[in-house]
Design a protein around this ligand. Structure first.
Ligand SMILES: Cc1cc2nc3c(=O)[nH]c(=O)nc-3n(C[C@H](O)[C@H](O)[C@H](O)COP(=O)(O)OP(=O)(O)OC[C@H]3O[C@@H](n4cnc5c(N)ncnc54)[C@H](O)[C@@H]3O)c2cc1C
Length: 312
């Protein structure tokens, strides 16, 4: 159901779909699983109602794919943790009420040293920095978060100390299926727009869809999308049955994001000049699809992960 929700929202607006899906899965997941009852009532329930916004802050200026290289630390001091570090590309940072922040409780332990903390916006020592000006996802912001001697109670550690990386890994399949679903929605929207335009646009006395070069392009786009949908739905359906197939989830995200980019590129070619006109949607699909190539793992990184899963 969550996969279908992501797909349908992404058919209308990737900005909205990405905001909603990130809050649903990554921005609130750790509170849902590990938060105290008081935190759940104060933050999670309003977030589900749409009255509060929870976001995820993992990426740093020097640590994107290589999450184990984050420099944000969480130092225990009595009943509190003190957080120091800098985050970037935090979706909706400027609007968020609370942040799930990845920080190292053991700076020497690489990826395994990461834990997750719930940090509320009003916490002294937390500053929301600038929003990045970008080409894609124009309906949502992505900004910086600065943590300077930011003190949070020990109850804001989400899970047991030392288990954050394992808890994150436990939802990686969900994250990849979610990203795959976003691709399906965007791809469907781009294909539908291109088909409609190709039937309306007349050149040389006929709709451009009647030129084989255009119709075959549309056929290839539809075929790519159909294949992507089968993979994403299969991974989602297996998950429903309690089977967490990481290889399939990674493959589904990889294939769906490459397919969505081919579809968005194909749609742009069908629109030709109007691809570049902001009053037409093709440019939006093209740029928003670029985000899908990296969110939830870049294609290069995913190929490396799948290769390891194939014992290569
Ligand atoms: C619009 C937007 C919203 C985002 N929202 C959030 C958010 O809410 N929270 C959050 O924490 N982050 C967010 N991010 C950050 C996003 O998750 C990272 O950008 C992503 O993890 C990639 O990191 P990077 O851009 O630093 O690329 P890098 O990791 O620097 O990669 C650069 C290049 O090197 C390649 N590469 C890196 N490592 C390997 C490897 N081992 N093998 C092969 N190739 C490799 C990559 O594939 C890529 O081509 C967002 C990003 C964008 C653009």
């Amino acid at each position: 159901m969550f996969a279908l929700l992501c797909e349908e929202l992404a058919r209308g607006s990737m900005s909205l779909a990405a905001s909603v899906s990130m809050q649903c899965l990554m921005g609130t997941h750790f509170i849902y699983r590990f938060g105290t009852e008081e935190q759940k009532q104060r933050l999670l329930v309003p977030a589900i109602r749409g009255e509060k916004l929870g976001v995820i802050a993992m990426t740093e200026p020097d640590a994107g794919s290589d999450l184990g290289a984050i420099k944000t630390t969480a130092r225990r001091e009595g009943d509190d943790y003190i957080l120091n570090g800098r985050k970037i590309w935090v979706t909706n940072a400027a609007l968020a009420n609370f942040f799930t922040v990845a920080a190292k409780t053991d700076p020497e332990a690489g990826f395994k040293g990461i834990d997750m903390f719930m940090v509320e916006r009003e916490t002294p020592g937390l500053t929301v920095g600038r929003d990045i000006t970008k080409m894609a996802l124009l309906g949502q912001g992505a900004g910086e978060l600065i943590l300077e001697e930011c003190r949070v109670p020990a109850s804001h550690l989400l899970g047991q100390e030392g288990t954050g990386s394992a808890n994150l890994q436990a939802i990686l399949a969900e994250i990849r299926i979610m990203m795959g679903s976003l691709n399906l929605g965007l791809g469907r929207a781009a294909l539908d727009a291109a088909v409609k335009y190709s039937q309306e646009r007349i050149q040389f006395g006929r709709p451009i869809a009647k030129f084989q070069a255009i119709s075959h392009k549309l056929v290839d786009m539809a075929t790519q999308l159909e294949a992507a949908q089968l993979m994403v739905y299969r991974a989602a359906s297996l998950l429903d049955d309690g089977v967490r197939d990481m290889k399939l989830a990674s493959m589904a995200k990889l294939f769906a994001s490459e397919a969505a980019n081919q579809v968005a590129d194909g749609a742009s070619r069908v629109f030709a000049s109007y691809e570049l006109a902001t009053e037409y949607p093709a440019q939006r699909y093209f740029w928003d699809a670029r985000f899908l190539l990296l969110g939830g793992g870049t294609s290069e990184v995913l190929r490396g992960i799948i290769a390891r899963q194939m014992d290569l």
